[in-house]
Design a protein around this ligand. Structure first.
Ligand SMILES: Cc1ncc(COP(=O)(O)O)c(C=O)c1O
Length: 351
């Protein structure tokens, strides 16, 4: 079913065959890959399909290794989705703004159009009829970010199911923030919908943004296309080792998530008491979208004190909003103290 959505040149593509994927057995002497023979710990190319790491991820996620692709961040998976499915100048994708900016950037790089079906104001849920009104045989990808960046809310499961059932292309559910969410993952829908791709990452809850490791979960057929088009050794050995270490120490990740959820609640409480804060949107992620009286003044004041938040006040449906990542307890306290000073100084100025 998804095969007919794939670009013809990708279907015909004869992928690069690396030395390490041509010979899979055990041997004593490897003279096939023009590597250095001297052991530095890293003189050999890494496993191109990251089998040990995929087994470990499989055990945590309950998805078979053949349904997992690993990328240099989920951003690589997003880029490859365009290359696999979207014919430049002909196909297009649908996004649900306000949302993560890379979908648009990747589309622009690929020369692929973007049509927008904005979320409903205030509740930030998609309007399925409006989304499907934009669909056609050329709409190859629909990006649903859940929990959504920058709004922080999860997209309702019934809406996802409805869109998965009716959308003629691939539905990409970007779950970068899923570990902070009270809603279940869309991974549970993989068996029912062959057009589903779920993206997750080690960059947020795992605390490993620096190693660049993203995951895509999908049908075996879609994952086979990812493997066909990816650069041969896209995940380096250091990254594979660090991720395996993290997966073995999973309790640490769970403790971090719990701590951040506690801090998120505290931050909500802090910010809610400030008179210039108009609204704090409910969050299923590790950040809060906060509507304030004069966003630029607040932003500049914080920046002068060395605290950087994200100004989203010019983003559609986020007018007046700043996006604040949940930090350490000390960082959150510092943020709060700085906001209290901002309030005091402004009240003094006004009186
Ligand atoms: C929704 C969303 N998806 C993906 C990413 C990028 O993830 P990665 O670091 O795995 O490339 C981000 C990063 O901010 C994000 O907000």
């Amino acid at each position: 079913m998804t095969d007919q959505l794939v670009r013809d040149n990708i279907k015909r593509l004869k992928p690069y065959s690396s030395a390490r994927s041509e010979y899979k057995g055990q041997a004593a002497v490897f003279l096939d890959a023009n590597e250095s023979p001297f052991d530095t710990g890293y003189n050999r190319y890494p496993d191109p399909l990251q089998q040990e790491l995929k087994e470990a991820i499989s055990a945590v996620k309950g998805v078979p290794p053949a349904q997992i692709f690993l990328g240099n961040g989920s951003d690589e998976a997003i880029d490859l989705l365009f290359r696999i499915f979207c014919e430049p100048g002909q196909d297009y994708v649908i996004t649900l703004p306000p949302t993560y900016g890379m979908y648009q950037v990747s589309a622009d790089i690929a020369g692929v159009g973007v049509r927008e079906a904005p979320l409903r104001p205030g509740i930030f849920q998609p309007d399925p009829a409006a989304v499907l009104a934009q669909a056609s045989p050329q709409s190859k990808l629909l990006f649903i970010c859940s929990p959504n960046n920058p709004t922080g809310n999860s997209i309702r499961m019934e809406i996802m199911r409805e869109l998965l059932g009716a959308f003629p292309g691939i539905v990409v559910v970007d779950e970068a923030y899923i570990d902070f969410s009270s809603q279940e993952s869309a991974l549970s829908l993989l068996g029912a919908f062959p057009n589903l791709v779920v993206l997750q990452t080690f960059s947020k809850a795992w605390g490993l943004a620096g190693i660049r490791l993203g995951m895509a979960f999908a049908s075996e057929a879609i994952i086979a296309y990812f493997n066909k088009v990816k650069p041969p050794y896209n995940i380096n050995q250091l990254t594979q080792e660090e991720a395996l270490k993290a997966l073995k120490g999973r309790e640490a990740q769970e403790a971090t998530v719990q701590q951040l959820l506690g801090q998120r609640a505290l931050l909500q409480q802090y910010l809610g008491g400030l008179p210039f804060v108009q609204r704090i949107y409910p969050s299923d992620a590790n950040f809060l979208l906060v509507k304030v009286d004069s966003p630029r003044a607040v932003y500049d004041y914080l920046a002068k004190g060395g605290i950087i938040v994200r100004d989203r006040s010019k983003v559609v449906l986020c007018e007046g909003c700043l996006r604040v990542t949940v930090g350490t307890p000390a960082e959150n306290e510092r943020l709060f103290r700085s906001l209290v000073s901002f309030e005091e100084e402004n009240t003094n100025l006004a009186s």
